[in-house]
Design a protein around this ligand. Structure first.
Ligand code: GLC
Length: 648
């Protein structure tokens, strides 16, 4: 029983599975005033002038969420503008940090609206439109609150070592030849690569769990061939099952009644990539088990990595809205998702025998798809696997990672990637990252290089781009040396990145933190949002501006400044305070905190060539605790931590 967290119920809701710890019921909700509103409840908490409000995971704006309105309502939304209220996930955890410091998790599967000092209101104002359980988390600091919360929602998903390697992806790779060409391009350019994602074109007419035989005549042999080159294949799986008489998955789903029903009680039809599809009712355990079993088609072919998509669920139109249009905006001019919102009222789930309209449980649909995949893969495979999803809810972080969806090749989205990482970590999603270089639009050489220098530190490190955009693979650009430099840095940092990720997961901590969490007494550090702490030893201050030769860096204390120039590391002492640091394209500058060490390994073309135990230590610390295992086993424990001591 955790005593520093208490829960308070305001109306009933379907279980979300977010909190796994035993938590006691409290008497009266502290910090917030409570008012019934419609079928839900409004919560209000006054803010002091200097309070910072953290959290909300995958949302826009800064690490401090003040000044914004955020709507938890999972949306397939490629318009990642500053004022966009909803993205693909709903992560309803906030931390108020000031004179009073506490966390609040609004656990509800339905829509919730967070207005955080919006328009200078001076309050946190949360409307939960249906039943909600509020968890209040106490702690002596924002970081302590987050750590308690992470313990309550359970351990992060643990990926294999190869999932920390670099991955290349593009919507448009069609066949074996395309994929071979990508692997060859990287190998020839001397750039490391661990996996290539297979987007929807590998399937037969976008039908889940099929492989187009013309394009991939022998998937199993192809997997072996690519693995021989150190490259794994990672196919996409979409949420909807194509309405396709004769397809065994479709037939079985219909026959067993596994699909969501429309409001007339028939299988609901919604158009996604394959045309009309049915949505598996992932909220039912037997449906999850059935869906999870389908991954066998791929695991039998030797595949150990997957990305789940379109699981908000994305709907282009449905049997109800086809040709008729529908309610796209819900009276909110900022609301520009791809889906007709009315369709989310047009189908139902069956929860423990009771019919529940999708609207009531919308935000946990994608999370349950991830759970279905993870439970299936747990049974099908012996070791760990790569799994990441687009849609999510807190709790899904135990089953897989997430990527941050369809961003664009623009400098704002590079910055947003930096801002989102700590917030995602606070909500449990340690294994995350953005489409490096941007999904939509054309990435310039400069933008891609600066973005690689950020993603080189994020657990999920994948270059992905949309159809119709300029080729975005690193080897396609001139001046390959600069790309080689940053990619090879990632592999040299892997002993540290892997170790810090695993230690964070095992100890219910964050992998990427705001500066404020490391230096809570430092008023200036509390305001810095474009520098992050990565694991226990590193501070990164990436260049986020077009045309910049370098940037201003604020160091809360003296640190070791490390410069990677593509061939070697050079280190110098940097004093506390503000510096201008020059960072030419292709170089990366980062900082090792006082009294800390950074283990770095040798060069590698893929993780199979990495020896995480052969490391050199940089920095002025004395000891480093390195987590080390075979990168695949599921039996992880703190016993795998060894103590490294600086020589001399
Ligand atoms: C969605 C995904 C994107 C993918 C595309 C085609 O837009 O977010 O990553 O490439 O669908 O499958």
């Amino acid at each position: 029983m955790i005593t520093t967290i208490k829960k308070y119920s305001f109306g009933a809701h379907a279980p979300t599975g977010a909190v796994t710890a035993q938590v006691e019921e409290g008497d009266t909700l502290p910090y917030f005033s409570v008012q019934a509103e419609g079928q839900g409840t409004r919560f209000r908490c006054p803010l002091e002038k200097d309070d910072v409000v953290y959290g909300l995971g995958e949302t826009m704006r800064g690490i401090d969420k003040r000044g914004g309105r955020y709507v938890s309502f999972n949306t397939d939304n490629p318009h990642h503008t500053q004022d966009m209220p909803s993205l693909y996930g709903s992560h309803n955890f906030i931390v108020v940090d000031g004179k009073k410091t506490f966390g609040a998790f609004f656990d509800t599967p339905a829509r919730a609206v967070f207005e955080i000092d919006c328009g200078g209101s001076g309050e946190v104002n949360v409307l939960c439109e249906r039943g909600v359980t509020v968890y209040i988390v106490e702690g002596e600091s924002a970081h302590a609150v987050v750590r308690r919360f992470l313990r309550a929602v359970g351990r992060s998903y643990l990926p294999p070592l190869w999932a920390f390697g670099f991955g290349q992806s593009r919507w448009g790779y069609k066949d074996e030849r395309d994929i071979r060409r990508i692997a060859r391009g990287y190998a020839k350019a001397g750039m490391p690569l661990d996996y290539i994602c297979m987007d929807i074109d590998y399937m037969d007419r976008y039908i889940d769990f099929t492989v187009n035989k013309k394009r991939f005549p022998d998937l199993k042999a192809f997997v072996v061939e690519m693995k021989g080159k150190g490259v794994r294949l990672v196919p996409i799986v979409d949420a909807g099952i194509k309405v396709e008489p004769g397809d065994p998955v479709y037939e079985e789903g219909v026959q067993k009644g596994y699909f969501c029903k429309n409001i007339e009680g028939k299988d609901f039809c919604a158009a996604v990539w394959p045309g009309m599809t049915h949505f598996p009712d992932f909220l039912r355990p037997e449906v999850r088990a059935w869906f999870g079993r389908q991954y066998k088609v791929y695991t039998d072919a030797g595949i150990e990595g997957f990305w789940n998509d379109m699981n908000e669920p994305a709907i282009f139109y449905s049997e109800y809205t086809k040709g008729k249009g529908g309610e796209r905006s819900e009276g909110d001019p900022l609301y520009r998702g791809n889906t007709f919102l009315s369709d989310y009222r047009n189908f139902c789930h069956n929860i423990e025998g009771k019919e529940v309209n999708h609207w009531e449980v919308h935000n946990i649909f994608g999370a349950n798809m991830t759970r279905a995949s993870a439970e299936g893969l747990d049974a099908l495979l012996n070791g760990r696997y790569l799994l990441f999803s687009r849609s999510s809810y807190i709790g899904a972080h135990r089953y897989g990672g997430i990527w941050t969806g369809d961003n664009a090749s623009c400098w704002d989205h590079l910055r947003q990637n930096v801002l989102q990482m700590p917030s995602l970590n606070m909500c449990g999603f340690l294994f995350s990252g953005a489409d490096t270089g941007g999904f939509g639009g054309n990435a310039s050489r400069e933008l891609l290089l600066r973005w690689l220098a950020v993603s080189a530190f994020t657990p999920l490190f994948r270059d992905h781009a949309s159809k119709g955009t300029r080729p975005q693979e690193c080897f396609r650009f001139r001046g390959k040396k600069d790309f080689r430099s940053i990619l090879s840095l990632r592999y040299r940092l892997l002993p540290y990145i892997y170790s810090e990720f695993m230690k964070a997961a095992l100890s219910f901590d964050m992998y990427m933190q705001p500066l404020a969490f490391g230096y809570p007494q430092d008023a200036r550090a509390r305001r810095v949002e474009d520098e992050l702490l990565v694991g226990e030893s590193l501070l990164i201050a990436p260049v986020l501006e077009k045309g910049a030769k370098g940037r201003r860096v604020y160091l809360p204390e003296a640190m070791t400044e490390v410069r990677w120039d593509g061939a070697s590391f050079s280190a110098r002492q940097a004093a506390a305070g503000e510096h201008f640091v020059k960072v030419p394209l292709g170089e990366v500058v980062f900082y090792i905190r006082k009294g800390k060490l950074l283990p770095v390994g040798g060069a590698a073309m893929h993780t199979g060539e990495c020896d995480l135990s052969a490391v050199t230590l940089l920095g002025d610390g004395e000891e480093y605790e390195q987590y080390l295992d075979d990168g695949l086993t599921r039996s992880v424990s703190e016993d795998n931590i060894r103590l490294l001591r600086r020589q001399g």
